[in-house]
Design a protein. Structure first.
Length: 258
C-alpha cells in the first residue's frame, strides 16, 4: 500500500539525515522566489502544507491577501510545479491555492499545464515580458549587493567600474564565502537574462549588459529598487501573520494531519 503523509512547512532538517519525501519537496519549493521581491516563498511564509501520497504531491499555498495579483501568483505557482516535478520520484503534482480570488483558475492552470492566457482569456498575451521585468530588477538588486560588498572590502569606485567577471572570480577564489554566494546569485540572474558572462564582461552593467559609466547614479537607482522590494516583502510578512492569526488554525490542522 502506498505511503501517505502530510506536513506543515518547517525548516528544521538535521544535517547528515537523509530527507524524507516531504522534506525533499519542502526543500525544492522553499527555494522558489517571489518574482517581484526576490525573496523565497519559505521566508515569506506562503507555504501552508505538503501532502505526499506515493508519487503524488499536493502543495497548499496561501498568500498575504485575497487580492494578490493573479499574474504574480501564476508565476510562483508554476515555478513550484517545475521544481517539484523535477524530483525523479514524483509522478503527479497538484497545486492547492486557497483563499484567493483566482484560486480556481490558477489551480487549473498549474495542474493542467495551461498558459496564463488560456485560463484568463481577457489577457492579451502571456507573462514573458512581466517575468523579464522582474528578472531585470532582481539582476540589478543582486548586482548592487555584490558591488556594496566589494566596496566594504576596500575596493574603490574606479575599480568597481573596471572590474570584470574574470577578476571577480579571482577575488572570490581568495576571499570569504559570502562574496562567493553573492557572485553566484548575480551570475545566475545575469545568465537568465541572456547577458554576456565571459571573463571580460564588466560586473557593473545595466539590464542590457552595457558597462556602467556613472557608478553613483547606478547604485542610487538600484537602492531605490531594493528599498521598494524590501518594503513589499515586509508588508507581505505582516499580512501573512495577520491572516494566520485571524482564524486559519482549522486549515492548518486539516493540512498537517499524519
Amino acid at each position: 500500500m502506498a505511503s501517505r503523509a502530510s506536513t506543515e512547512f518547517r525548516n528544521d532538517s538535521l544535517p547528515g539525515v537523509s530527507p524524507s519525501r516531504q522534506e525533499e519537496v519542502l526543500a525544492a519549493i522553499s527555494a522558489v522566489r517571489d518574482p517581484e521581491i526576490d525573496e523565497t516563498v519559505a521566508s515569506l511564509d506562503f507555504i501552508m502544507g505538503v501532502d505526499v501520497d506515493g508519487d503524488a504531491v499536493t502543495v497548499s499555498l496561501r498568500l498575504p491577501t485575497f487580492w494578490c495579483p493573479a499574474n504574480f501568483v501564476f508565476l510562483m505557482a508554476h515555478d513550484m510545479r517545475a521544481v517539484v516535478t523535477a524530483l525523479p520520484w514524483v509522478g503527479s503534482f497538484n497545486m492547492k491555492l486557497v483563499d484567493h480570488f483566482a484560486a480556481d483558475e490558477i489551480n487549473r492552470s498549474v495542474n493542467e499545464g495551461l498558459g496564463f492566457e488560456q485560463v484568463f482569456p481577457q489577457a492579451s498575451q502571456g507573462l514573458d515580458k512581466l517575468r523579464r521585468s522582474f528578472d531585470e530588477k532582481t539582476f540589478l538588486m543582486r548586482q548592487g549587493s555584490l558591488l556594496r560588498h566589494l566596496r566594504g572590502k576596500g575596493f574603490d569606485d574606479g575599480f568597481l567600474l573596471r572590474v570584470d567577471i574574470g577578476e571577480l572570480d579571482r577575488i572570490c577564489a581568495r576571499d570569504d564565502a559570502e562574496l562567493g554566494e553573492l557572485r553566484t546569485a548575480y551570475l545566475e540572474k545575469r545568465r537568465k537574462l541572456g547577458l554576456p558572462c565571459g571573463e571580460a564582461s564588466k560586473v557593473a552593467a545595466d539590464v542590457e549588459g552595457n558597462p556602467v559609466e556613472d557608478l553613483g547614479s547606478h547604485l542610487r537607482m538600484i537602492r531605490s529598487t531594493a528599498m521598494n522590494a524590501g518594503a513589499n516583502g515586509e508588508m507581505c510578512r505582516m499580512l501573512v501573520a495577520a491572516r494566520r492569526e485571524g482564524g486559519c488554525g482549522a486549515f492548518r490542522a486539516e493540512h498537517t494531519r499524519r
